[in-house]
Design a protein around this ligand. Sequence first.
Ligand code: SF4
Length: 294
Amino acid sequence: MSRPTAEQQRVLDWAAAHRRDLPWRGTRDPWRVLVAEVMLQQTQADRVVPHYERFTAAYPDPAACAGAPLDEVLRAWTGLGYPRRARNLRRAAQVVVDDHGGRVPADLESLLALPGVGPYTARAVLAFAFGRDVAVVDTNTGRILARRAGERLTPARAQACADEWVPSGAGWEWNQGLLDLGAARCRPTTPECTGCPVRRTCAWARAGWPAPDPAERSAGVSTPQARFAGSVRQARGRLVRVLGEGPLPLDEVAGVLGWVDRDVDVESVVDSLVADGLVHVRAGRLVLGEPASH
Ligand code: SF4
């Protein structure tokens, strides 16, 4: 195991001093890490905490989630949004049970084959559950990588830059530290560069922060989301939440959504939920989960 460079040591020291205390950081259980990372895919950490604790209490291992009815898993997900993630997580649990003896696999290829698991989530499980020296590239670390390089990065280049930067034997601490650094210091619009442990080697800061910001449209860096209020995303979430309390006649859906004059939009929301396998229609009513035969 090689010693960290001076820059790596500065980042590790900063990380140790500023680590946020989050419940999934206290476990190396691969299932719990996977649940947390799926929840964190599109939701901020503060909002994830209560949902994570409730979900992992209900489904403490893959077998518990794999054997639960979809409508029950969707109810346990209520409030987090993007319910497709819950469906995928349950399917992933079923693959883990069927193909991996109930244990979340510890290799990249098998992780990437799980429903809903992409390059970020797979590497996060490897780093945070199995302590591997792999690098995670998400919106927070992606900003740091692009600004440090001083240029917008392709996905392959960002992953390569990230991988070669991980200090040997410190995959967990390093990745958690960069996630914290991106969230707290290397922010999208107002990076706080004074005192940043990467300041001395950050090409963008050294050049005087010229426009455009290299993080814009760089690999892993998310773009601002469209307005939530009145969106299809909001309508889908609201409908799933209402269906969690019981079936709903199809002709009442528009009223529930407050979209009484938007038949086409109502239809597309219902169709998208049916296509995603999150709801089904039975005797003129919309029902959460899969038909009984599944
Ligand atoms: S010096 Fe500034 S721009 Fe560069 S990584 Fe640190 S916070 Fe980000």
